[in-house]
Write a protein that binds this ligand. Sequence first.
Ligand SMILES: [Fe+2]
Length: 283
Amino acid sequence: MARDHVEYLKCQELTLAPLMDNGISTGMLVCELSRDHITSAVSYYGKIAPQWIRRESGYFKSACEILVLNGDLQLGNTVISEGHYSYLPAGALQGPAISENGCELFLFFEGLPKFIESTQSCVGCLEDLRISALDARGMPWGPPPGHEGRPAEEAPVGLKVKFLREDPKTHAYTILCWQGPDWSDPDIERHSIWEELILLDGDFLMGRMGKITGGTYIFRDGAIAHGPQVSKKGSVWFARGPAAIDFDYQRVSWANELIDKYLSADHLFDDTSDRGPWGRWRG
Ligand SMILES: [Fe+2]
């Protein structure tokens, strides 16, 4: 695997440093969450100060996904507001960038994040795939679709999904996933692809890894078994993968005991401890 296994990082506890471009600081503060050692694809959690500006127009050589957690980021004429998502295909023109109120955001680059000054998109840019500013937090939830190894009717009860993006060729996906209160899935799962996950809101227990809360980041090769999974207050995940996800399940004898223990651990919960750092995404 070209990216290391990350499980867990807590974004709001990380040290941020200036994002550099050709030896010059962009003014954006970021923390690298994971990096592909072969392709240089990289995921950042970042902060931008109020009145930040990049006056140049241009494009990134690599496709870029943006999730704005609070505040605002304007690219050209498009304002990406709190809770909004953007997908810029490789070579897609961005106008000058400004943040009026500052923001916290995630940035996901499919390769080296090199900015090229230009007044037009790169030749060959797949402009049709651009998603300018999708209201990820406000759009409605839908039922989980069927996947290889998990038909829709076998999805755990209490699961909902929002599809932010699906590549028409590779079926690479970016979704939000919701689990209701007292939700659980006793099975251990594996996938044929990697998955990248951020718990935006709520609480979760991921198998033997311990309880987590909003702001937690995971990058996991699909071959790494994970589960059982359980949430007491409910949870919302931001999730990405490089192709259509599939499921390979395994049953373990100790799953239900672990789930019951977590759901009855009232001392681990109060009214405030499981609120995410970026407001309420559970609806
Ligand atoms: Fe998984």
